[in-house]
Design a protein around this ligand. Structure first.
Ligand SMILES: *Cc1c(COP(=O)(O)O)cnc(C)c1O
Length: 223
């Protein structure tokens, strides 16, 4: 698909290897048919924010990697640990504990990322200065911490964006691992310049979503 070509071109433009970042297609609020079409178009990684919604939607596609990118509610930890391959959004100790416990109960290993907060408008994520300490604490719970995830600030100011992405990149180098999940439809090029290895793309692949507030309250009950 076109985004693959654009990503390869952007990687080359900033002096990186063309295969050094991949696309996570964010299919939340889109139907299973959209995922089916995306699989046919060659996408292999899918991200969802709501565990229940994702279970039916992403089931039965052999070989895809399932990414949980939503807020980790502790009462949904088993559903999340059982249904996904990589959890991007461990943002506090309770979430780490709940996921570690769920993985033990399920006998299943799942990779996790530390979500860092680099945006004044984002409610979740650990402060960047705490990322490394938090990662160490999660590893003591035997969680396989594979890197960092961040959501960019909602701004059109490219300088502000660059500065916060650099902060996330510093966190990634401190935490270690192989996954730096950064960049969405509106800011993935800046994320690639900052070293992102995984861009999370919804709108640019699937088109606009139904408004979050109405859909969420009427159909999804939080997760
Ligand atoms: C919805 C969502 C995305 C995708 O956003 P787009 O702007 O549609 O590409 C990426 N990351 C997270 C955490 C999301 O919740």
């Amino acid at each position: 698909m076109r985004l693959h070509a654009e990503l390869a071109a952007e990687l080359i433009a900033v002096g990186r290897e063309p295969g050094s970042a991949r696309i996570c297609a964010v299919s939340k609020f889109h139907p299973r048919e959209a995922v089916q079409a995306a699989v046919a178009a060659g996408l292999t990684d899918f991200g969802e924010s709501y565990a229940q919604e994702a279970t039916a939607k992403l089931g039965g596609f052999p070989g895809i990697t399932k990414h949980f990118i939503g807020h980790v509610q502790t009462n949904k930890a088993k559903l999340i640990a059982g249904g996904f391959d990589l959890i991007h959004s461990i943002d506090r100790m309770e979430a780490g504990l709940a996921v570690a416990k769920a993985m033990q109960a399920l006998g299943r290993g799942v990779r996790v990322l530390v979500q860092v907060n680099i945006s004044p408008t984002d409610r979740y994520g650990v402060p960047p200065r705490e990322a490394a300490t938090f990662a160490t604490a999660l590893r003591r719970l035997e969680l396989d911490v594979d890197g960092v995830m961040a959501i960019g600030p909602m701004t059109n100011n490219r300088e502000e964006l660059r500065a916060s992405f650099e902060e996330a990149a510093r966190c990634f180098s401190e935490v270690g691992g192989s996954t730096f999940s950064l960049g969405m439809s509106g800011d993935w090029r800046e994320a690639i310049a900052a070293g992102s290895t995984l861009i999370r793309i919804g709108t640019a692949i699937f088109g606009p979503r139904a408004p979050l507030n109405t859909t969420k309250s009427s159909r999804y009950d939080g997760t």
